[in-house]
Design a protein. Structure first.
Lengths: 403, 413
């Protein structure tokens, strides 16, 4: 059996919901040993869903199950002195701690970096907060919604712009993609610290700001603004080059014109209007993009998404139908690449999950085990790894330190 | 070393060399991360086919074809070195092979297996450098029926399901954001994967091939949507700024023109604090708003009432007032606001560089900082072919005359 790229790396995750757990998942699915420490009531994602049949159950939340593959799961009551002692023992033998609690909360619990550094100087601590741990907003609250807006991600959404600025607000993106981006940023930052730790094994504290993680995505517009003073408006029709939505018979397609204009014209069967100077000349066409798009739409409305998709392949025009998750899960390309993985979870059952975000030839991405049930690995971690004996474990259970 | 001076610890990726064939957005942003973290990134370009981003965002006052003045390029390529190679020339391919031999990784995001045509497929590279890490990023991946299809961020977003779920509740689908969201997703998954592969190589001596498809990375970002379908056949719905649990949860008009603030109230305690912060208006005690579920059911009415208050204030006032009360609120910033945001300024998110063509430029940094007082490698984005002499001379040991000849022959071009 092949091993994962991060085999041997020990990661502690004390983090709720999405960003921290996604960071942990990226490491766990590449072979790191990730121990997820949950409060006795469990991760918030356990209460989020989706649940099979819509019935809420802490072991059956789709979001939790997806985000916590390959991890070991323990519960720990960090409000107690003894619980903290146990946590410190885990810290002693870890390379990385991922946490996303408010700054003051982590200090109150005695889990702040200066305290942990004393226990394990080689430890890398990755702290994820909405605005970072310095600056005037360091103690402000955030969320997927808030972080999307304070980073200008929401102001630019939707790409097409809106017809009435007063009627339509800036818009956050679909699902919790902002949280995922924050988690991915944390993973990249953490990995660099692992690479940089070198022989001296000096640990460090990494301060990840969700606002910055998302603002970074708007870097191109930031550059235009900083260098030229430009500021994109939310006005309808602000897009110029390509990536437009067109209605077709049974839905929408997105077509990227840009340098592919001639191929698109051929695909449409060389309609007369494309011969008019106004549209033939790329610079003039850009000035009349909305009109041009209306004419393209006259054509797309005649066809179904599937028909246009096939023509796109034939004529090599970059386009895609606007697909629902049903088409994504049943996609031929993704099936060919065995992207979705089937995971059998003892409580939740057997489902398809999104698979590898990258295919590594020598150390393939792999799900080691399904997401842990609440406290599933308490005995394994506290008993086998930390060496607490049975009577100590029983006493800890009685005291409410572990489940 | 001088007495009393301490050598700065090296950046985490110092000593790593990446040969980068990336262009457009995802490829360059990936290697920009590695460069800022200390890797030596050699970007392979050519006058024959410029990186499109070199021509985007050329400020007024510069010729429209000044490929060293593109600010989009600048925002995606700092910290790198640039060489020019006309890869149609066998001698250029030979030079590239020599560079592979002295590199730790090779990255590219071409639309297909272009490198293979140049004799630089993974198997070829492995013969040159057995522990090489070769990263190929593409829209659909390097295998399967769609492997050769051209892709752009908006296309991938339509394909992966995010466009369908993006938009205002009750209205049609919409494309996500103003920036190429899926490109950023791919760039950063790629940076993570390459570092993981380097970690593995450092311990085992084994290199590898990384095949990264944009749709596969972005489908992970949409894991919640996928699970809803595989569990229950749900297609999901456009929620916009709303939440399936929290209410109020939205974006509200403020005093100024097109000025907005986002507010998210989580649970009863925060609702109490929120109402108090608004000065306990009478409407807040209405039966329709007595718990989270009823507030959610009566959101349209609730949002209208909240707006009568937010409209009297500026976005930052609402943000400060509510945050002080323990409620999550954030100004909905446009790009200009973001540049002036006190938090980003205080954290020095923006970096300055002296650029030989553009002059003094300020650009967004990365959401990463090295340890201690070190600075990331934010040297200015390279001019086209700026490092030809260094790379072919110092690294490969060609003499000046040889380099001149290769330039004259348009091999180094």
């Amino acid at each position: 059996m092949t091993t994962g790229a991060l085999e041997g790396l020990k990661v502690l995750e004390y983090s709720d919901f999405i960003s921290g757990p996604y960071c942990g998942k990226l490491m766990a699915d590449l072979g790191a040993e990730v121990i997820k420490v949950e409060r006795p009531e469990g991760d918030h994602a356990r209460r989020w869903g989706p649940f099979p049949g819509g019935k809420s159950h802490p072991e059956k939340s789709g979001l939790f199950l997806f985000l916590n593959t390959s991890k070991l799961g323990v519960t720990l009551n960090l409000e107690s002195e003894q619980g903290r002692e146990v946590f410190y023992r885990l810290v002693e033998q870890s390379d990385v701690l991922i946490e996303s609690s408010p700054r003051k909360e982590i200090k109150r619990l005695g889990l702040d970096y200066p305290s942990l550094k004393k226990i394990n100087p080689a430890l890398i601590v990755t702290s994820i907060t909405p605005f970072g741990r310095t600056g005037p907003y360091k103690d402000y609250k955030g969320s997927d919604l808030i972080n999307s807006h304070v980073s200008s991600e929401a102001f630019g959404n939707p790409t097409e712009g809106v017809e009435d600025l007063d009627k339509y607000s800036p818009l956050r993106g679909p699902m919790h993609t902002a949280e995922f981006m924050t988690g991915l940023t944390a993973a990249v930052c953490t990995m660099s610290a692992i690479m940089g730790r070198g022989k001296g094994k000096a640990g460090r504290h990494i301060d990840v700001s969700a606002q910055e993680a998302l603002a970074s995505v708007t870097r191109q517009e930031l550059a235009f603004c900083l260098c030229e003073g430009l500021c994109p408006t939310r006005q309808w029709g602000r897009k110029r080059v390509g990536g437009f939505l067109y209605q077709c018979r049974d839905g929408y397609v997105n077509i990227w014109i840009g340098p592919h204009w001639q191929k698109l014209v051929t695909m449409m069967g060389n309609p007369d209007w494309t011969e008019v100077e106004l549209f033939k000349n790329p610079a003039r066409r850009a000035e009349h993009q909305l009109d041009c798009n209306k004419l393209i739409e006259v054509w797309t409305r005649e066809y179904t998404m599937a028909e246009i998709d096939r023509m796109g392949m034939e004529f090599d025009v970059p386009l895609a139908p606007v697909r629902t998750v049903r088409e994504v899960v049943n996609d031929e390309q993704l099936a060919y690449r065995s992207f979705f993985v089937e995971i059998d979870h003892p409580a939740a059952g057997h489902f398809k999950y999104p698979g590898a975000p990258y295919k590594l030839s020598a150390t393939p991405w792999a799900v080691k085990r399904p997401a842990p049930r609440l406290g599933e690995h308490n005995e394994d971690v506290y008993g086998r790894m930390l060496g607490y004996n049975q009577s100590e474990l029983t006493a800890m259970k009685k005291a409410g330190i572990i489940q | 070393m001088k007495k009393g001076t301490r050598k700065r610890p090296a950046l985490p990726l110092s000593g790593i060399r990446i040969l980068d064939f990336g262009q457009m957005w995802a490829g360059p942003h990936l290697t920009q991360w590695l460069a800022v973290m200390g890797a030596e990134v050699i970007k392979v370009e050519t006058h024959l086919r410029l990186d499109f981003m070199r021509m985007i965002g050329i400020p007024p006052g510069f010729a429209r074809d000044n490929f060293n003045a593109g600010t989009a390029f600048a925002s995606l390529n700092y910290g790198k070195r640039s060489i020019t190679l006309n890869m149609n020339e066998p001698r250029a391919q030979e030079l590239a092979k020599k560079l592979v031999k002295v590199s730790d990784g090779v990255t590219e995001n071409y639309g297909g297996a272009i490198l293979e045509r140049w004799g630089l497929g993974y198997e070829d590279m492995k013969r040159l450098k057995p522990d090489i890490i070769y990263y190929a990023g593409s829209g659909y991946g390097r295998s399967g029926p769609a492997k050769s299809r051209p892709s752009y961020a908006e296309i991938v977003e339509a394909y992966d399901g995010s466009t369908y779920l993006n938009g205002y509740p009750g209205m049609g689908p919409a494309t996500v954001g103003v920036s190429p969201w899926t490109d950023a997703t791919q760039a950063m998954h790629g940076a993570f994967a390459i570092m993981a592969a380097l970690y593995h190589r450092d311990r085992t001596g084994e290199g590898q091939y990384i095949d990264a498809a944009m749709i596969e990375g972005s489908s992970n970002f949409l894991g919640e949507m996928v699970m809803g379908y595989t569990m229950n056949g749900e297609l999901g719905e456009r929620r916009g700024n709303r939440d399936k649990v929290m209410a109020p949860h939205g974006c509200y008009r403020c005093k100024g023109t097109d000025e907005w603030v986002a507010i998210a109230v989580d649970g009863e305690a925060e609702w109490g604090a929120f109402v108090k912060a608004l000065g306990s208006p009478e409407w807040a005690v209405k039966e329709e708003f007595h718990d989270e579920k009823s507030r959610r059911q009566n959101q349209d009415e609730l949002d209208g009432l909240i707006e009568t208050w937010t409209r009297q204030h500026h976005q930052y006032e609402v943000m400060a007032l509510l945050q002080k009360a323990g409620v999550a609120a954030g100004a909905s910033l446009n790009i200009k606001d973001l540049v002036g945001d006190p938090q980003l300024k205080a954290r020095r998110f923006f970096i300055e560089a002296e650029h030989p063509v553009l002059g003094n430029i300020t650009l967004p940094g990365l959401p990463w900082r090295p340890a201690g007082k070190q600075k990331g490698n934010y040297s200015y984005p390279p001019l086209l072919g700026e490092h030809n002499d260094y790379v072919f001379g110092e690294l490969l040991g060609l003499c000046e005359a040889e380099i001149e000849k290769l330039k004259d022959d348009k091999v180094i071009y």
